[in-house]
Every structure is written in C-alpha cells, then in structure tokens.
Design a protein around this ligand. Structure first.
Ligand SMILES: Cc1cc2nc3c(=O)[nH]c(=O)nc-3n(C[C@H](O)[C@H](O)[C@H](O)COP(=O)(O)OP(=O)(O)OC[C@H]3O[C@@H](n4cnc5c(N)ncnc54)[C@H](O)[C@@H]3O)c2cc1C
Length: 491
C-alpha cells in the first residue's frame, strides 16, 4: 500500500488541523478536513459584525522570521505569507509607564539594567529548546527511539545541554531569584504579564524552561498579517485543496467509531459517516474525551491548568490608535492578580485596512484570561446571572482600557462581549478552554499520541503549545508520528 492509498480525516480546521492536513496532503496522503463552522481558523479565525471584521483570538503574527516555524512551513508548502514585520511587538503599560517590547532587549535592559545577564541566559536556553522541538525529536519522549534521538540531539547541543539540565526543575521565579530579580516587583510583573499570555501561568507556577521559550517571542519579531490573522488558515485551506485534499465546512463531528485501539471513522451531526485509516483530532484532550464518550478530566485545583478568555470586540475611532502610535498594547493593573480584567491585551486592525473597518474606525480585539467554570455556572443558574457577569466584566475591562489608554476614552463606538460560553460554541473546545495548557513543567506536556493507534492530536494542547508557531511546530510532530505509523501498516 502506498501513502496515497491512505485516507486521513482531520477533525477541525484550526491552525493545528490545517497545518497537519497541509503537510500530509503534500506528502501525497488523501486528506479530508471536517470543520464544524462555516469558515476556517478557530482561535485564529475572524468574524464580521456591524461593518467591522474582527480577529476572533490571535492578533499578533509570530514565527515568520527567517528560519522561524511559519517561515519554514510556508517555504515547504510554497505559500507566500502576506506579512510585514512590526517595529514594536507590543507596548506594555502599567501605572501610566510605557515600555516598547521589540526584537532588541535594549529597552528592557535600559529600564532594568540588572536584568542583562538574565536575558543572555534566556536567549541561550530558548535557542536550544527551539532546536530540540523542531529537530525531529518527539517531546515528551514516548518510545525508546524518542529517548535515543533526544540524547543524540542533546549531545550535539553540548555544552548548552548542561545548562538546560540546570533549569529543568526550576520555576521562573527561582530563575529570577538566581539573578536577584525576584524582589524587583515591577520587573516580575512585566515578566508575569508576558508569561500569562504565552505559557498561561505566571513566574511562580511556570517552568523556567517553558518561560525561556515564551520570553523569546518579541525578540524573534512579530508580524502584521495583512487582511487579518485568518489569512493564514485560509491559505492553508488552499494548500490542502491544491494537493488534492478537501476541506468541508459545516461538518460537526459528533462521534468516533472505534474497535479496541483502532478508529474506523467518524460521524457528523448532519448524518454523514466518513471512514478513515488515520485520524487527526484538532481538539483538546478534554474535547476528544467528550467526543469519545468519556468524562473530561477535572483539572488539578492547586495549579490552574485551563484558562478561557473574556473578550471585547470594539469599533473604535482610528484617532485613538493614531495617538497611541501603536496597534498592540498590553495593559496591566498596578497590583492584584493578572487576568480577570486585571490585564488586557489590546489589538487594533491596522489604519487604512479597508476590508477590516470603515474609514476612520478600527476593529479592536481586547482579551483577558478568565476561569471558565463561573461562566458556565452562571449560565446554568439561568435568569440574568450570566448577563450580569458579562456586564460586570465589560465594565471592568473598559475601566482598565480607559485608565491605561486614555487615548481611547470617548472613542469606542460599538461593543460586543464574548465569554468562555461563546468560545465553547465557536471552537467546540470543552468549557471554551482556549490558549493551551498552563506550561508548569516541560515533562508534563502533552504529545500527539492518544489511546488509539491511528488517532493523533494536533493543536495547541500538543507541545510546544499555544501560538501559531507553537501549533505549527506541534503539527510537524503529529505528522512525523503519522508517517511512522503509515510505514508500519504499509509493511
Ligand atoms: C484570545 C486569544 C488570543 C491569542 N493571541 C495569539 C496571538 O496573538 N498570536 C498567536 O500566535 N497565537 C495567539 N493565540 C493562540 C492561537 O490562536 C492558538 O494557539 C491557535 O490558533 C490554536 O489552534 P488549534 O488548531 O489548536 O485550535 P482551534 O483554533 O481551537 O481550532 C479547532 C478547530 O476545530 C473545530 N472543531 C472543534 N470540534 C470540532 C468537531 N467536533 N467537529 C468539527 N470541527 C471541530 C473548531 O471549530 C475549530 O475550527 C491566541 C489565542 C486566543 C484564544
């Protein structure tokens, strides 16, 4: 049997599913992507309302730098991404003080001179970890072969690997302490704010190694995706189709048919059934469990491992962002916990992008981390509880927006709020858990394998986790496993 005789069903046309589908279709496999919604992208998708087109979730293009995961991926598939580099990744604002995060560390080091050795170390560790995750190494190792490949990769990286071992068990806060930075509360808050949006945990909970990769984000550069983030999944759909695959919309997979350790196919809500040799589930492990008729796992209570997001989608007078001189901002309250409207990430569609907003306006996406459970409890209680909670969060988010971005006061023309309940509907993710898992340990991460021999996960639950580059890197690992499996069954 040749690879072209194998049929792969991909559940979900998010970035993870599409990346895996595009790579498999390019290798000649028959690929059919089944997407519940009427358009691709999921968290990297978009929607239109009131003459504005909003990025649903992801707004900052990353990984497009030469040699970066999106850059290599585009070259392999012959895709020219419609991107241009942003001079500033985003502006951090707290108590009216502003700091531009750019590809050089100069701004941060000028503000916090003692942090220079910390950033040197971070750059070294991040470089090694990117090589490990991109270099054909399955992480976490699940077979003796994975372990030996990992060891070989490690020896190539010596003596840096010894550095990695040193940080294996440290939290980020312990790492900061080793540089005498844990008591510089302003610096810790800056780091925490960046970690929360990338590894979903702050310095106290996150592993130093995960943090090292996450803190690399502004350094490797950020990119504007012309037409909005959804252009990236849209181009992947085209690539799958050009390689003979199909992407079918409005196909909500409601059942997985299996015998023992083998999946035979899937069923969709419209009464169709699709047989497959191989399945890629672009789902969280929880959503897969629910689809598979099992209970979703309860997260450990000590560490918050699953987040969702509260969002505001605003129509804003362009002048507010013209005055700010920047399209992406992170706004943080002086004290108190981050997330739950104590920190916001704000992104505006670029000035003059006519297909995103009418003249003189910007389509603005505002997000904050939130725990999903209270939203679903409020919805279950019925009455006006859920609406009241939504109003309270809307008020709190706008308060912080106006406090730290006074340019925006009086310029908001329209407001749409979205909650974990909305995210569950939009992405099919159980409890609307978006953003991947909190990366508290490099060894507790999830790989693409599942309880089935021929069903593999893709998406931001798979190491190295959330973000477009993270998901594309993870999808490569999924594809490697699938190709190994395909070889086995073809023998
Ligand atoms: C608010 C927010 C802001 C973010 N900002 C950034 C950013 O600026 N930059 C960045 O790089 N990353 C960002 N991210 C992260 C990034 O968007 C995600 O990591 C990535 O898009 C996740 O892709 P995925 O394929 O794992 O999942 P998803 O995007 O959730 O895709 C899953 C797809 O599967 C479909 N699906 C689910 N169940 C079924 C079913 N049963 N049948 C059929 N189809 C199904 C869904 O409809 C969806 O299209 C952000 C995320 C969020 C939530």
């Amino acid at each position: 049997m040749e690879i072209r005789d194998l049929h792969c069903i991909v559940i979900g046309a998010g970035m993870g599913g599409l990346a895996a589908a595009a790579l498999l279709a390019r290798r000649g496999m028959q690929v059919t992507v089944l997407e519940a919604q009427s358009a691709p992208g999921g968290c990297a998708g978009s929607f239109a309302s009131g003459g504005l087109r909003f990025d649903a979730g992801a707004t900052v293009g990353c990984g497009f730098h030469p040699g970066g995961p999106l850059n290599l991926f585009g070259r392999e598939l012959g895709i020219e991404w419609p991107v241009t580099p942003e001079p500033v990744a985003w502006q951090y604002r707290r108590r009216g003080r502003r700091l531009d995060l750019t590809s050089s560390r100069l701004g941060i080091v000028a503000r916090y001179p003692r942090s220079a050795p910390f950033w040197e170390e971070q750059a070294k560790i991040a470089g090694l970890l990117w090589r490990l995750s991109a270099g054909g190494v399955q992480w976490p190792p699940s077979t003796p072969g994975d372990l030996s490949r990992l060891a070989m990769k490690g020896f190539e990286g010596l003596p840096d690997t010894a550095l990695l071992a040193k940080f294996m068990k440290r939290t980020t806060l312990e790492w900061l302490a080793s540089h005498g930075l844990d008591t510089v509360s302003e610096f810790v808050r800056l780091i925490d704010a960046q970690l929360l949006i990338s590894v979903q945990a702050t310095s106290r909970e996150s592993s130093a190694l995960n943090a090292a990769i996450a803190l690399d984000l502004p350094v490797s550069g950020t990119w504007r995706v012309h037409g909005g983030m959804v252009r990236v999944p849209e181009l992947l759909v085209r690539s799958v189709e050009a390689d003979g695959g199909a992407v079918l919309f409005g196909k909500n997979v409601i059942r997985i048919d299996s015998i023992r350790r083998e999946v035979l196919g899937v069923e969709t809500a419209d009464g169709n059934a699709f047989a497959a040799d191989i399945i890629v589930a672009n789902l969280t492990p929880d959503s897969l469990a629910v689809l598979d008729g099992r209970e979703a796992e309860t997260p450990p209570s000590a560490v918050r491992s699953r987040w969702s997001a509260f969002m505001l989608y605003l129509g804003v007078d362009s002048a507010a962002f013209d005055k700010a001189g920047i399209d992406h901002l992170q706004l943080v309250t002086p004290e108190g916990r981050l997330g739950e409207c104590g920190s916001l990430f704000v992104s505006a569609s670029p000035a003059g992008e006519a297909d995103r907003a009418p003249a003189g306006q910007r389509a603005v996406t505002v997000s904050t981390h939130t725990f999903p459970e209270p939203w679903f409890e409020a919805q279950r209680r019925g009455g006006d509880d859920y609406l009241r909670l939504k109003e309270r969060y809307t008020r709190k988010a706008l308060e912080l927006l106006y406090a730290e971005m006074p340019e925006s006061e009086g310029s908001v023309r329209s407001v749409i709020a979205a909650t974990p309940v909305t995210w569950e509907r939009w992405t099919g993710r159980h409890l609307g858990c978006v953003g991947g898992f909190a990366q508290t340990s490099l060894f507790g991460v999830c790989g693409p394998s599942t309880r089935y021999d021929n069903l593999f996960l893709a998406g931001d639950s798979v190491f190295p986790g959330q973000s477009l580059p993270g998901v594309v890197t993870g999808a490569r690992r999924t594809v490697e496993l699938i190709l190994r499996y395909a070889q086995k069954i073809r023998r």
